[in-house]
Design a protein around this ligand. Structure first.
Ligand code: NAD
Length: 478
């Protein structure tokens, strides 16, 4: 099938790459070509510019919000602040959101937003002005709302920006009871949800653990099954990279390398992620971290050091035909969106490597965003209504069993059984269940047909089939 999107020649090819993966997988779905075209295309592309005051003058800011698919409502996807943002990139990221939501059974269409700025070059006040003005532009065109399109954090944004968006939307929509459901990834005090900040990284760690737990797949790579002792290199110490490394270490993996903008550090005995983070906060760089065995001024070299698993968690197009030959990892778990080019993937998988694809691996963020949105619409935190009731019910059961058996539990045993679940425990349990189930759904599709060459192709097949069902059920109007 031909790619109907015409891109400016100067722009990059990220959306084209996503379409290439899509088209490859589409052959295994046997769906109508027109339906496939509808699924693959970006439905609504909103490109706009607005001025801000900068010093004594003005500056014009370029921005986008792109809704890729409306087979489910609302649409959902993060907002990126980066000097490198362009239309092609936002289209690609919006498309990945559509497939990601389908894979983890989150009932949203895909969307993405971008503002072409380097946030480090603006004061907090200027960033607040930019964020609020961006939100107003979205409101004007009906590109935001709890039932319309719900942004979230992405590269260069976080809870602070989501708080500004929520406040702007609520202010502009007085009396709308569900207004705070217009954005997720908010601070907890502004009706965010426990566990959202670390959700993407936690999901990446669970995805990795699930992948390495399959003995027959590990045997083909010459690795022992299980996460314990697996050597991992992580690229990016932002939200996704930091929490991926932290939870992987908690699960028993050894973080041997960390790559950031300014360079990379490596220690085959393992690096302590919290102290590396503190060191960077204090000095502005990961370089110079005292417990490093090797450091590299060229960050890319860090990716090429000995390890079992590489977790790119910074930006797209980091593993390409240029460096894939030097990558020593046997497994790549894509924390970032689009970090591996199609050419690199073909080379890596031809030599037996496994890639756990972005649209599944980093779907923990949108999964917990979904929980946050549900919390905002129901206006009650998870566990609040049933926690005490469940504790009392468990206590009654424990008392009854003790009475019948004559065996008394220790206070610790009693506390463990009786304790009701907190919001964080419920969120983490929902996240873990989603990540585990989705991995095996993808893997089963992968092994069901020898022609399905990669987990990414399988993930696309799973996603496309689910989206097609939605479109078929909706029919075509008028
Ligand atoms: P972030 O802004 O919190 O962190 C990104 C980090 O990567 C920064 O520390 C930056 O300095 C570093 N970095 C940039 N270029 C680099 C390079 N060339 N080498 C090494 N490090 C580099 O962003 P984030 O939210 O962690 O997002 C990272 C990736 O994960 C993006 O692709 C994003 O789309 C994806 N993602 C994020 C979320 C989320 O919930 N935040 C969810 C799904 C996917």
């Amino acid at each position: 099938m031909s790619n109907s999107i015409v891109l400016p020649e100067t722009e990059n090819h990220f959306f084209g790459d996503v379409c290439q993966f899509f088209d490859h997988a589409a052959q295994f779905t046997h769906l109508d070509a027109g339906l496939l075209d509808q699924i693959r295309s970006c439905n609504s592309v909103y490109r706009f510019r607005f001025p801000i005051r900068k010093g004594n003058g003005f500056e014009v800011i370029d921005a986008w919000r792109i809704e890729h698919s409306h087979h489910q409502s609302p649409t959902k996807g993060g907002i990126r602040y980066s000097e490198m943002v362009n239309e092609d990139e936002v289209m690609a990221l919006a498309a990945l959101m559509t497939y990601k939501c389908a894979i983890v059974n989150v009932p949203f269409g895909g969307a993405k937003g971008g503002i072409k700025i380097n946030p480090k070059k603006y004061s907090e006040q200027e960033l607040e002005n930019i964020t609020r003005r961006y939100t107003v532009e979205l409101i004007k065109k009906n590109f935001i709302g709890p039932s319309i399109d719900v942004p979230a954090p992405d590269y260069g944004t976080g809870e602070r920006e989501m708080g500004w968006i929520a406040d702007t939307y609520a202010t502009m929509n007085p009396g709308q009871g569900d207004a705070l459901g217009c954005v997720t990834g908010k601070p907890i005090a502004l009706h965010g949800i426990a566990g959202r900040r670390e959700a993407t990284g936690r999901g990446v760690a669970i995805a990795t653990r699930e992948c390495v737990s399959v003995a027959e797949d590990m045997k083909k790579l010459g690795l022992m099954p299980g996460i314990t002792g697996k050597r991992v290199i992580v690229q990016g110490m932002g939200n996704v990279g930091f929490y991926s490394a932290k939870f992987l270490a908690e699960f028993g993996a050894l973080i041997v390398g960390i790559c950031e903008f300014e360079g990379a550090i490596y220690n085959e005995d393992g690096l302590d992620i919290d102290t590396v983070f503190e060191h960077r906060k204090a000095t502005g760089s990961i370089l110079g971290y005292p417990l490093t065995m090797q450091e590299f001024k060229n960050s890319g070299e860090g990716l090429e050091q000995p390890c079992d698993i590489l977790v790119p968690a910074a930006l797209e197009n980091q593993i390409t035909g240029d460096n894939i030959g030097r990558i020593q990892a046997k497994i790549i778990v894509e924390g970032a969106n689009g970090p591996t080019s199609p050419e690199a993937e073909a080379i890596f998988t031809a030599r037996g490597g496994i890639i756990v694809p972005d649209m599944y691996a980093n779907a923990g963020g949108v999964t917990v965003s979904y929980f946050e949105w549900l919390k905002n619409l129901s206006h009650v935190s998870f566990g609040r209504i049933n926690r005490r009731f469940e504790e009392t019910a468990s206590l009654n059961l424990v008392n009854m069993v003790e009475g019948l058996t004559g065996v008394a539990l220790t206070p610790m045993q009693r506390a463990t059984i009786v304790k009701g679940a907190s919001e964080l425990e419920l969120v983490n349990s929902g996240l873990e269940d989603t990540m585990i189930r989705s991995y095996h759904e993808i893997r089963e599709t992968y092994i069901s047909n020898p022609k399905i060459d990669t987990l990414r192709t399988a993930a696309f097949v799973v996603a496309i089939n689910k989206i097609a069902v939605s479109y078929k059920n909706l029919g075509v109007w008028p």
